[in-house]
Design a binder for this molecule. Sequence first.
Ligand SMILES: Nc1ncnc2c1ncn2[C@@H]1O[C@H](COP(=O)(O)OP(=O)(O)O)[C@@H](O)[C@H]1O
Ligand SMILES: [Mg+2]
Length: 270
Amino acid sequence: MSKIDVNNVYAEYEDKNGKFLALKNISFSVGEGEFVSIIGSSGCGKSTLLSILQGINFPSAGSVTIDGNIITGPSTNRGVVLQHYSLFPWMTARTNIAFGLKQVNRKTPRTERYKTADVFLRKVGLSNFGHKNPYQLSGGMRQRVAIARALAMNTDILLMDEPFGAIDAKNRANMQELLLSLWEGDGRSAKKTVVFVTHDIDEAIFLSDRIIMLTNSPGQVAKEFAVTFGRPRVHATLRETNAYVHLRNMLMALFYDENNGPSANEDFII
Ligand SMILES: Nc1ncnc2c1ncn2[C@@H]1O[C@H](COP(=O)(O)OP(=O)(O)O)[C@@H](O)[C@H]1O
Ligand SMILES: [Mg+2]
């Protein structure tokens, strides 16, 4: 059984101008411990899809199940990292992480929560910044705290919506490598199941086991791509390989299709 099953999902928004279809007949599965990216251009419905996986938005038709159970609302068993606004501005970095841990288990003693917070601050290279508030940190540092918080919560599933979208290219590459190294861990504990939303093709290839490309609005599944490169992955070496260039070209051609982007389930010939 898959960890996540998205079955014929439609999502509709309604305003004074009537109904607007954001997602159309989306189906895919994510296996346990798999890293899957959802890629598509701005406005194609990626965040809508992620909010449905979060349980804060619901399909107008179709269903999403986790471990076979239909999502009925948000759960502390799904860690979330968004592009903006995910840290509480009035709390220090350390308290933000400890607070996340409290949401998962209120019985954990305070000292233990702060101890875990320190472990994860160290993992993301911010041991000396735990006492700072988010506004005292750079964008990249803030996202490292958000990732530390999500990972410290030790959920089965991690949902990420363009978490590195506001970070410059060099820091972004470092963040991607950091995320993968934390996700891969020491090999002793099971990997988390990740759904990662991005509009960046290189980012999707670098991180993922599989990429699901959506069409322009309304978002439909255009095509799935398996990414079989070995791990651990390092930017400097991976980007040089012929296999990488080949896959990237294929994704680019579909993404920037002359007819305004990919169409649904097309047979793409290279
Ligand atoms: N709360 C909302 N009410 C009405 N329309 C919305 C709402 N949220 C998103 N939309 C519309 O749905 C479409 C998909 O949005 P979104 O899921 O944010 O796309 P993406 O994350 O891929 O950029 C867009 O056209 C957007 O304007
Ligand atoms: Mg979005």
